[in-house]
Design a protein around this ligand. Structure first.
Ligand code: ADP
Ligand code: ZN
Ligand code: ZN
Length: 742
């Protein structure tokens, strides 16, 4: 009898939607092989690091074409069975190649084949001598050794934190010998940094006694520890959700189990980390996109070994391995950043729920403004809903009023009523937050003589004026150019900014309130590392009393002295082609309004609009978010939109303008020939912004009442598309449960 053959099913980092079979390496003890181990395999002309998915005694590959694994890299599985299962599920649910899904889950250094071990990482920073170099020395260096000068400037900008290799790599190639010269001159110091575990600093803050709603929520969720369950914690802003998380986390940690906390923005983590640190006696790590490769690996390993009891992270941290995970908390569950918008387009919220199910543990989804999907799931009894209906402590809900600005005189977008209210609040020592969800100086530059408008050369979009009106930038492709002194059409110099962004608003406010400190918080002012923290400090220490900003300000921040929130332009979001736009607008409005009056002093919210009678606005303001959500869900039900149907969006783009529609038309006919019962095809149509970054874009929407029908079609259809000739001429992607429809 022949010995049964053994085949290894392997995930290879390749864009192909499949796994690959290999023979075990020569002389390998087959009993040591386990799924989740890394292997080195020959692939095409190269050798790649792959992950073992399964061991099988059959294969469809002809014997003559089977290759052998070259090397087994790990002595045990790097990924647990349940995590591997989650990744396989995500690959099939989001129809994304398993090799690339694994790539998202593994730290870069492990993908490159390095050992799963913590090593110190070198950090370069300026010495005090270098910080005091005179201008002449620096100028001389710039002339004689520009590469040294560039590194010096880079380190100068990094400040006391210094820089690891990764960010330096991004700026200069082969920089190490150059850096060595700087070290020899005594201008740069090198140290090794290992630790990035935030240690428990000894608990310094006492927990407040929970109010009855908080206590009830903790009890209900506490009773569900140790088994799968999704809790939707709906708490108005400032109602004390974080206190509920803390109480629940304490229980889980005291059982010796780990907690994963997912947050929308890296900008929020420092506040949260220090709050957790003051309250919990637990070592924690923070996982976000700003880490160096070494740091990421260390944090990942600390979670996997159990050394880190608490992991706080953004979206991708949902794939972190744990030794003994007991609870997942996802804060601000409605936030769009939980959905990855390119490549592997997963929703960290939905993956978290799946993970909790596979590992049999509870997940808490918290928000003041839950997504319509989650509310629907609660209605259906899939999620348990818990409510915190009032603000914690002494804080009161803010009063909200609409300012009808029709026919009103406006000063750079600000009405007299809003300006007067600001004055009142500032005079009584309040802080004022002015919200405008548009950065830059002005969204449009217009020629007053001929009507020419500055547009992007590569997109169907206007250029935004920014940087003190000196430059134009396209927010869709990143293109930038200086402002022309004259109109390119008629040579007039009467070029005028139309509309306002945060930069213009800041200037206008400074003009109106010359003696008041103003701080602007948007993506442009917070780009530099540490900038956000510095800006927030200036608010908290009271040196800045007017805050101007975009939605970055709406998220989670606690400004105890803000008593007035002004929403400059409510009209932007009321009319949009995207069916989710009203939901997002409502969430944003409630979240921004929630920044007012979060401590002893009552808050006021003023909303400027030209559409005071808009039904959405009316329902939201009169009856609150829950009533708005009910009405919006009813609209979705009637229109058979998500969550009442299941959607997938096939997008295509190409430089040649005819190809995307051609490809999608072809894709449509392929779908029509296959088993597409229960699935409706809508389109193809040009994308709402048809041209972006020089490519023409189009899309085809798939809609199904039953998810199973949709997935049955996707599986065969995408395999067909992958093999299709036309598909190679366009860039295409599939987005399951799309959040943005363009
Ligand atoms: P959320 O996460 O819902 O925005 P937080 O948990 O941050 O709310 O609470 C808002 C404020 O109220 C914080 O300053 C917090 O310390 C305080 N707070 C929360 N719960 C209580 C409580 N039970 N008693 C007193 N103060 C509380
Ligand atoms: Zn002109
Ligand atoms: Zn552009």
């Amino acid at each position: 009898m022949a010995v049964p053959k053994i085949y290894l099913r392997v995930a290879v980092p390749s864009p192909l939607r499949r796994s690959f079979d290999y023979l075990p390496p020569a002389g390998c003890d087959l009993h040591t092989l386990q799924p989740g181990m890394r292997l080195r395999v020959p692939f095409g002309r190269s050798t790649l690091v792959a992950v073992l998915l399964a061991i099988s005694d059959e294969t469809d590959v002809p014997q003559s074409r089977l290759k052998r694994v070259s090397e087994v890299l790990d002595s045990g599985p790097l990924l647990s069975r349940s995590l591997l299962k989650l990744l396989l599920w995500a690959s099939s649910y989001y129809q994304y190649p398993i090799g690339e899904v694994l790539g998202n889950a593994l730290p870069v250094l492990l993908r490159q084949g390095q050992l799963p071990a913590v090593q110190g990482e070198q950090v370069w920073r300026l010495t005090p001598t270098a910080q005091e170099l005179d201008a002449e020395t620096v100028a001389q260096l710039e002339r004689r050794a520009p590469r040294q000068a560039a590194l010096l400037a880079l380190l100068q900008a990094a400040g006391d934190d210094g820089l690891t290799a990764t960010p330096i790599d991004a700026v200069q190639e082969h920089w190490r010998p150059v850096m060595r010269k700087l070290v020899d001159k005594g201008w740069v110091a090198v140290t090794t940094r290992v630790n990035l575990l935030v240690s428990a600093g000894g608990v310094s803050d006492a927990a407040p006694s929970l109010h009855p709603e908080q206590a009830a929520a903790v009890e209900a969720m506490g009773a569900g520890l140790g088994r799968f369950g999704v809790h939707l914690l709906e708490g108005v802003t400032g109602s004390g959700k974080t206190e509920v998380y803390l109480a629940l986390m304490e229980r889980v940690l005291s059982q010796g189990r780990q907690v994963l906390v997912l947050v929308p923005e890296i900008g929020l983590t420092p506040q949260l980390v220090s709050r957790f640190q003051r309250r919990l006696n637990a070592p924690m790590v923070v996982l976000h996109s700003g880490l160096s490769n070494r740091e990421r690996l260390s944090a990942w390993l600390a979670a996997r070994s159990g050394e880190a009891a608490l992991v706080i992270g953004t979206r991708s941290a949902v794939f972190t391995p744990f030794n003994n995970l007991g609870l997942v908390i996802l804060d601000e569950e409605h936030d769009a950043s939980f959905k990855q918008q390119e490549g592997f387009r997963y929703s960290a919220r939905d993956v978290a729920v799946k993970r909790a199910q596979l590992e049999d543990l509870p997940v808490v989804l918290g928000s003041a403004t839950p997504s319509l999907e989650s509310l629907y799931n609660a209605q259906q009894g899939r999620y348990a809903r818990l409510a915190l209906t009032r603000r914690a402590g002494v804080a009161q809900a803010p009063s909200i009023a609409v300012l009808d600005v029709r026919k009103q005189p406006m000063f750079d977008g600000l009405s007299t009523a809003l300006l007067n209210a600001m004055r009142r609040h500032l005079e009584s020592n309040g802080q004022v937050l002015v919200f405008l969800n548009r950065r830059g100086y002005a969204p449009t530059l217009l020629c007053h003589d001929c009507g020419w408008v500055a547009t992007c050369r590569r997109c169907d979009a206007h250029m935004t004026l920014f940087n003190h009106r000196t430059r134009l930038r396209c927010h869709h492709c990143g293109a930038e150019r200086p402002v022309e002194p004259q109109c390119p059409e008629c040579e007039s110099t009467e070029l005028r900014p139309v509309g306002a962004g945060t930069e213009r608003l800041e200037a206008a406010l400074q003009h109106q309130f010359p003696d008041t400190g103003i701080v602007r918080i948007d993506r442009d002012t917070t780009r530099r590392k540490g900038a956000m923290a510095t800006l927030l400090d200036s608010v908290h220490d009271g040196s800045k009393r007017i805050l101007v900003g975009t939605q970055m300000l709406a998220k989670g921040h606690h400004f105890p002295d803000v008593t007035l929130v002004g929403i400059v332009d409510m009209d932007q979001g009321l009319f949009s082609a995207d069916f989710r736009a009203t939901e997002r607008m409502a969430q944003l409005l409630v979240q921004v309004a929630g920044r007012a009056g979060r401590a002893e002093r009552p808050g006021q919210v003023l909303i400027q609009t030209h559409h005071p009678d808009h039904p959405l606005l009316q329902t939201l303001l009169r009856e609150g978010y829950a009533a708005f959500a009910r009405a919006a869900l009813e609209e979705r039900r009637q229109a058979r939109l998500a969550p009442y149907s299941h959607l997938a969006l096939l997008r295509a783009e190409a430089v040649d303008g005819r190809l995307p529609l051609q490809f999608l038309q072809h894709a449509r006919s392929l779908a029509e020939q296959s088993a597409m019962a229960g699935v409706q095809l809508l389109g193809p149509v040009p994308a709402p912004m048809e041209r972006r970054a020089g490519r023409v874009r189009a899309q085809l929407l798939l809609q199904a009442d039953e998810r199973a029908d949709l997935h049955r079609l996707l599986e065969t259809w995408l395999q067909q598309l992958e093999a299709d000739k036309l598909a190679r001429k366009v860039r295409w992607s599939i987005d399951v449960d799309p959040q943005e429809m363009f």
